[in-house]
Write a protein that binds this ligand. Structure first.
Ligand code: GLC
Length: 714
């Protein structure tokens, strides 16, 4: 009986929220409404800053509390001046490689728990722009080259955050795919690419997870600033997809048009300025701003207060919970790229740990995603804590170098006010010294690292391509250890794709752990010795060379201030981003989308494809036919009939991952693919259409290695 009364009552209360918010807004003066959408200035923040990067204005007379907003994509970014710390999680690029939205959800939940404990109401994460070019400085904050993976991962992450009563904020909507001149660059994108690739992930996330906030991006799209684009923001985001949260600008610059931003659908102007307040007051008075737009914005802010600031205050978070989630995600996201029998490491023996990053792991990227975490578990300490002998002279050499260089960096930070950790260049070791180490140790592990930063794109030299020192290190260590019949593994601790083709045949194993968060070192150790069986699959293609990338020339790859792609970047690749390009044009890649090895083997069987009323139902069995427990990721790639619009060779339309299967254990998998997901956007007609004819379905994580094939007709 009680449920019968309470449940409908809750529905009524939720339905009443907008009316209640509007009633509060109706009591506000014009000045109060202008202050509401602009927020309070940093100098007026309460003393415990905690790294809060914006606050909405409180109105105690109307029972409207202030909301605190804080970054960032790898965990709660607190102030470096404070004692509080937060967990550094693996980057979103890493999470996507888990091919398991459940992992993204666990990280979102753990980060949301910490945000709530630190009295943060809006957590400015996840970043989820499409990774269209390997060099974008913020790729590590984003998930994938594929919109389905981006959308599903972001949706799971958002649900995790919001389960704590904290608003997630998906960003940066949209086509913010370069950092060079990010606040003014004009991106030229065709309607079909916009709909099918650059908007599709946001559409999936909005429809499946209802994020309570979203951040519009700095850049312009086809000549109009995104933040002033009414058709895009109010039209598509709110009108077509039903987004009902708060929309804020990215830390907008004053030369944008406040009235146009408000009319387009932005509710909150971060970080807000007196100029914008005056623009709003003046605009309402002279009629250039419709008071209805201002009321809508204020209501959305008040509704967000109701969603996030009315619950009980929680104690300061227990960071041990985040540490567990961070390590699990790091293990699940690692991708084993090469292994000729070296891994898992079985015998004891003495390890020679080469590479600065074996001693100074890059846990997170820099910029607003940088996290002041309680510790970073280093690879070398994970080995020694496990009682594995490591080369003391090598360790001493690297630690001395890293300490010296870090002191240098600390000075740079003070001078440059960098909020991230600029990278130490690799240490140059002589071949004579390496031969000595190869003589006395049993195997080698070389860690190659990359960081990446908001506000600046990556470089080709010594970044996308290995430096001469790094290349020499890998060549010399492999030659010296192979000469003694000993093996070498390379660990990639990277913020994005790097060139691997020229050297990947040298080592006996390559393990890619991306930016693995604060537990990265212990995750690397567990993966190398097989305590954790690598199950990650690439959510990004590794091209043979940068210039094979479809957007290579449509990107400021050498960052000229006056050069091409500074003021304007054309997305001439259209929908052919990542594997959609490489597979359709048969371009060889170093590692394809969906690629990843395991310490065990899996076989697929009992494949069924059945049309249903709403789409296609696919089922198959996956069996662990190896001798180690492991998880298998899988994808359903669909090839449409060559009819009407040109189509990519195949597109991912569903994916997932088995539970941990013991040797001999099987799992029955069922995937539902809605017919609507097969549609292409016809930009001439301005509508979606589904080609009639025979569709090919291929099952297997690796886009180029189908394990099952089937057909159906539309
Ligand atoms: C930055 C970033 C955005 C971040 C915001 C607050 O400009 O683009 O991702 O959330 O400012 O730090």
């Amino acid at each position: 009986m009680r449920v019968k009364v309470i449940f409908p009552l809750c529905l009524v209360l939720v339905a009443m929220l907008p009316a209640v918010a509007q009633a509060q807004v109706d009591r506000m003066s014009l000045e109060e409404k202008a202050r509401c959408v602009v927020g309070i200035k940093r100098e007026d923040f309460p003393p415990t800053n905690k790294g809060i990067c914006a606050r909405t204005a409180p109105f105690p007379a109307y029972n409207i509390p202030t909301l605190a907003l804080a970054d960032g994509s790898s965990g709660v970014r607190l102030s470096r001046r404070e004692t509080d710390k937060a967990t550094a999680f693996p980057s979103n690029m890493a999470l996507a490689s888990s091919w398991d939205p459940g992992i993204a959800g666990e990280v979102g939940s753990a980060a949301g728990y910490e945000a709530r404990g630190y009295r943060i109401h809006v957590f400015l994460s996840p970043g989820m722009n499409i990774i269209r070019n390997p060099l974008c400085g913020r790729n590590f904050e984003y998930f994938s080259e594929d919109p389905l993976i981006a959308g599903k991962m972001a949706a799971a992450y958002v649900r995790g955050v919001q389960a704590n009563g904290v608003a997630a904020c998906i960003k940066h909507f949209t086509c913010n795919n370069q950092e060079t001149n990010r606040s003014h660059v004009n991106t030229l994108v065709g309607d079909r690419a916009l709909r099918e690739i650059f908007l599709k992930g946001y559409e999936i996330c909005v429809k499946e997870a209802s994020p309570w906030s979203l951040m519009t991006s700095y850049n312009s799209l086809n000549g109009l600033p995104v933040q002033e684009n009414h058709d895009l923001v109010n039209g598509i985001l709110r009108g077509e997809w039903g987004f009902d949260g708060l929309i804020m600008t990215d830390w907008s610059i004053s030369d944008h048009n406040t009235a146009a931003q408000l009319h387009a659908g932005n509710d909150f102007f971060t970080p807000g300025s007196d100029k914008q307040m005056q623009d709003i007051i003046g605009g309402v008075k002279d009629g250039s701003i419709d008071i209805k737009d201002l009321d809508r914005a204020c209501s959305n802010i008040v509704r967000l207060c109701d969603r996030t600031a009315r619950g009980e205050l929680r104690p300061v978070p227990d960071l041990s919970l985040g540490a567990v989630a961070s390590k699990k995600a790091a293990c699940e996201s690692a991708v084993l790229l090469e292994n000729n029998g070296m891994l898992p490491l079985t015998s004891g023996g003495k390890a020679a740990l080469f590479g600065v990053r074996s001693y100074r792991l890059v846990a997170t990227g820099s910029g607003s995603a940088y996290v002041v975490c309680p510790y970073v578990r280093q690879i070398y300490t994970a080995f020694s804590e496990a009682g594995v002998g490591t080369d003391a002279e090598l360790q001493d050499l690297y630690l001395k170098y890293a300490d010296f260089a870090s002191a240098d960096i600390a000075y740079n930070e003070k001078v440059k006010v960098s909020i991230g950790l600029p990278l130490l260049p690799e240490l140059d070791l002589s071949r004579t010294f390496i031969d000595k180490v190869a003589e006395r140790d049993d195997y080698a592990v070389i860690t190659i690292g990359r960081s990446s930063e908001e506000g600046v794109d990556r470089f080709l030299e010594d970044d996308y391509y290995l430096s001469e020192t790094e290349k020499k290190l890998i060549e010399n260590v492999c030659e010296a250890f192979h000469a003694k019949g000993k093996k070498v593994a390379v660990v990639l601790n990277i913020a994005g794709i790097i060139e691997v083709e020229s050297w990947r045949s040298l080592p006996d194993a390559i393990l890619n752990v991306w930016l693995p968060g604060q537990e990265g070192g212990s995750a690397v150790y567990d993966l190398l010795v097989g305590r954790s069986n690598p199950s990650g699959r690439l959510a990004l293609s590794f091209p043979v060379d940068y210039f094979d990338c479809p957007s290579a020339m449509d990107f400021p790859y050498n960052h000229p201030k006056e050069g091409k792609n500074y003021d304007q970047t054309s997305y001439s690749e259209g929908i052919y981003v990542g594997y959609r390009h490489y597979d359709t044009r048969n371009v060889r890649v170093s590692y394809p989308f969906g690629y990843g090895l395991s310490y065990t083997d899996f076989e697929y069987s009992n494949f069924r494809v059945k049309k249903t009323g709403k789409g296609v139902s696919i089922s198959f069995a996956v069996k662990n036919c190896g001798n180690k427990s492991g998880r298998e990721a899988y994808g359903a790639y669909i090839s449409a009939p060559e009819r009407g619009l040109d189509k990519p060779a195949r597109e991912l339309k569903a994916f997932g991952k088995t539970t941990l299967l013991a040797p001999g254990e099987s799992e029955q998998v069922r995937l539902e693919i809605p017919m609507s997901s097969l549609a292409s956007y016809n930009e001439e007609k301005g509508k979606w259409e589904i080609a009639r004819g025979q569709y090919l379905v291929r099952i297997g994580a690796n886009v180029r290695n189908p394990l099952l094939e089937g057909r159906f007709r539309k």
